[in-house]
Design a protein around this ligand. Structure first.
Ligand code: ATP
Ligand code: MG
Ligand code: MG
Length: 384
């Protein structure tokens, strides 16, 4: 079977690698050059996008910001999964908020802003600590601004004055003091079967994911059930097919949806080493109409995993592979500031053992590029 992925980054690459084991061929569309490429070597392949669409049994996306003309061409084939409407929800925070309201799913208090003169009213309604998000094209914290106190408002208005807010409105959110960030990754098959992975607990630094731990520490049945209920309502509400990632803020017992990613997600990379079926394989299975694979932990209920992003550097030492249960995934990209270069998956039989392995791992990594690792490994090592 054959799948065409829009986007030719590491997510398409990892779908290719898992597909290969099943005899599923994956090709990628480089949306910058409008060419079809090999997902690993990025070498250009013969033929047009239209020919690749004919070649494929299913079309899918590895990121939500695919140009709309390409999405329309894909949708017209009848083979795009998830469908265009779901991809656009993930690409546009205004549509996303509309969906959350329609499905009555708790999320962060917000206002939509189409003119900087509306910002003082946001402060009135939401308070002076705000996070301001461009409704389109943001990721890894790009396309975001923060207001910490009302006095900074004129400066912020000046900064935003150049933007065409009629065309791309802002979603202005109250800055929340959440307890922690979680994500739920799951899949819905073509015949409506839904399977979710254990909740992941995510550590961000400067708006970017650095470490995920799954299952999330101190997660109980009630919390898991609440997240699953949100997930099911979302996928059924969108008639969604494929892997979906739901980013959540936990405030006490309450879960608020931060955003959706209509695709495989960085906080699900741990599934490559820690789950019976990776998110990449399950996404391919879903869009191809195959049955989904088991989403539980390898090693049983007590087993735990972590994923550590390698960001903006390539100075890790391969000797880190000497730690048992440590796996490296390298994307083969040139180094750039804040660029995701690869990730490390670590599996262990307990949080304590996981913390100890992460501490050993820190010894092979520079402290500047892995700011969350020392504290996080310590925290996990102390869990009894
Ligand atoms: P991603 O790479 O996950 O797509 P993004 O650029 O789309 O990121 P968000 O996920 O909306 O942006 O925000 C990035 C991070 O900023 C969040 O993971 C969280 O740490 C913080 N953040 C976002 N919204 C809020 C909020 N309302 N209150 C407090 N922190 C927030
Ligand atoms: Mg996002
Ligand atoms: Mg996010």
């Amino acid at each position: 079977m054959q799948v065409l992925v829009y986007g030719a980054g590491q997510l398409a690459q990892m779908m290719y690698l898992d597909g290969a084991a099943l005899g599923i061929d994956v090709r990628a569309v480089d949306v910058n050059s409008n060419t079809v490429v090999h997902p690993v070597s990025k070498a250009r392949l013969d033929g047009t996008i239209a020919q690749a669409i004919d070649w494929a049994d299913a079309l899918t996306v590895e990121f939500e910001h695919v140009p709309e003309d390409l999405l329309e061409q894909a949708e017209a084939s009848g083979k795009l999964l998830p469908g265009m409407a779901s991809v656009l929800i993930g690409a546009d925070r205004v549509r996303e908020k509309q969906l959350l309201s329609r499905l009555d799913i708790p999320n962060c208090p917000y206002q939509i802003v189409t003119n900087v003169d509306q910002l003082p009213d946001c402060v009135q309604q939401l308070g002076e600590r705000l996070i301001i998000k461009a409704s389109r094209d943001g990721y890894d914290g790009y396309g975001q601004w923060r207001l910490n106190k009302a006095e900074e408002l004129p400066q912020l208005q000046q900064q935003l004055a150049g933007l065409d807010l009629e065309k791309v409105p802002l979603v202005v959110e109250k800055m929340l003091n959440f307890d922690r960030e979680l994500s739920l990754i799951g899949a819905r098959s073509r015949n409506g079967e839904v399977m979710v992975y254990p909740l992941a607990e995510n550590l961000h630094h400067q708006g970017q994911l650095h470490v995920s731990v799954a299952p999330a520490t101190a997660s109980n049945e009630a919390l898991t059930a609440r997240a699953q209920e949100i997930f099911t309502r979302l996928v059924e509400g969108m008639d969604y097919v494929g892997v979906l990632a739901v980013e959540l803020f936990q405030c006490g017992e309450t879960l608020l949806v931060n955003e959706l990613a209509p695709r495989v997600h960085n906080s699900g990379h741990w599934t490559q080493a820690g789950a019976h079926t990776s998110q990449f394989e399950n996404h391919l299975r879903a869009v191809l109409g195959l049955s989904l694979g088991a989403t539980g932990n390898i090693g049983g209920d007590a087993a735990v995993s972590a994923m550590v992003n390698i960001i903006g550097c390539d100075d890790h030492q391969l000797a880190l592979l000497s730690i048992p249960g440590v796996h490296l995934n390298w994307y083969g990209k040139s180094v750039r500031h804040k660029r995701k270069m690869g990730h490390i998956n670590v599996t262990a039989e307990s949080y304590q053992a996981l913390g100890n392995k992460l501490q050993r791992l820190s010894g092979y990594l520079s402290t500047t590029h892995f700011p969350c690792l020392p504290d996080e490994s310590q925290r996990l090592a102390n869990i009894r």
